[in-house]
Write a protein that binds this ligand. Structure first.
Ligand SMILES: [Zn+2]
Ligand SMILES: [Zn+2]
Length: 229
C-alpha cells in the first residue's frame, strides 16, 4: 500500500507539519482522540457506568462472537476522519487509521490465525473503489498476519444499516455472507475487522457464519464504536 499524504507530511487533523514516522498524527492531536477508557461490556466493548459484566443488549441476547474490541468512540475527530476516509475517497487516511488500529491490537495480546476484513457487496466496493475494512488491515498484512479478503463474500446488497432499527438491521444483514473456503477455518481463531461497530449486527451475522464453518473463536475489532446503549 502506498502512503500518500496530499500536502506532504502534515497532521491529518490540524495540518501541522510532522515527520513521516508519525503516521499522520501530531502528538497534540493523537492525545485528544476520543479513546474508550474505563469499564466496558465483557462481550461487545460498550462503555458501562455500572458494575455489570454485560450491557443490556448483550444480556438480552448474547452475541455469538467471543469478544469485540474498539479503541475509540465513534464521535468527534474520529467520526470525521472515518467519514472522510469512506465517503470522500480519502483512501490515504486508511493507512494512518489502520496504524492506530494495529497498535491497539498489538496491546490486546490476542493470538489469531486468520484476519477477515468485513466484506462489502461487490457493487458497493466498486462504487467506492476500495473496501475500507481491507484498507484498515494494511498494517496487519505488513506485519505478517494472514489477512484473507477472499474467504468470505457478501452476496446480498443490504440497505445502509444507519437508517434501520436493531430488528431491521438483523433482518437486513441476515444471510448476507457466504464462506468460500470453509476448510481454512476449521479450529481457527478468527479476527473480524471493520471500521465502525454500531449495533453489532454485521459482526454478529458474520461471526455466526464463520463459527458454522468451524472456527473455534471469533474476535471482532473495529476502529470505533457507537457508545449509546
Ligand atoms: Zn495535529
Ligand atoms: Zn455488550
Amino acid at each position: 500500500m502506498s502512503i500518500m499524504f496530499p500536502n506532504g507530511y502534515k497532521c491529518v487533523v490540524c495540518g501541522d507539519e510532522i515527520s513521516v514516522d508519525r503516521n499522520g498524527f501530531c502528538d497534540k492531536c493523537i492525545d485528544v482522540l476520543p479513546k474508550i477508557v474505563g469499564k466496558v461490556c465483557n462481550k461487545c466493548g460498550l462503555p458501562l457506568y455500572s458494575d455489570a459484566d454485560y450491557c443490556m443488549a448483550c444480556k438480552t441476547q448474547l452475541p455469538s462472537f467471543t469478544k469485540a474490541f474498539a479503541p475509540y468512540r465513534y464521535e468527534g475527530v474520529v467520526k470525521n476522519l472515518i467519514h472522510k476516509f469512506k465517503y470522500d475517497g480519502a483512501e490515504y487516511l486508511g493507512d494512518c487509521l489502520g496504524k492506530l488500529l494495529y497498535d491497539y491490537f498489538v496491546k490486546l495480546d490476542l493470538s489469531v490465525d486468520v484476519i477477515i476484513p468485513v466484506p462489502l457487496y461487490l457493487h458497493r466496493e466498486f462504487e467506492r473503489g476500495f473496501n475500507q475494512a481491507s484498507t484498515l488491515c494494511g498494517w496487519f498484512a505488513k506485519n505478517g498476519f494472514d489477512v484473507d479478503n477472499y474467504m468470505v463474500v457478501k452476496t446480498k446488497n443490504s440497505k445502509m444499516q444507519a437508517s434501520l432499527s436493531l430488528a431491521e438491521r438483523k433482518e437486513n444483514i441476515s444471510g448476507a455472507f457466504r464462506v468460500l473456503t470453509k476448510n481454512k477455518l476449521k479450529n481457527k481463531v478468527v479476527l473480524l475487522v471493520d471500521d465502525v461497530y454500531t449495533s453489532g449486527s454485521t459482526f454478529g451475522e458474520l461471526a455466526d457464519v464463520v463459527l458454522k464453518a468451524g472456527a473455534s473463536k471469533v474476535y471482532c475489532l473495529s476502529l470505533a464504536r457507537t457508545c449509546f446503549d
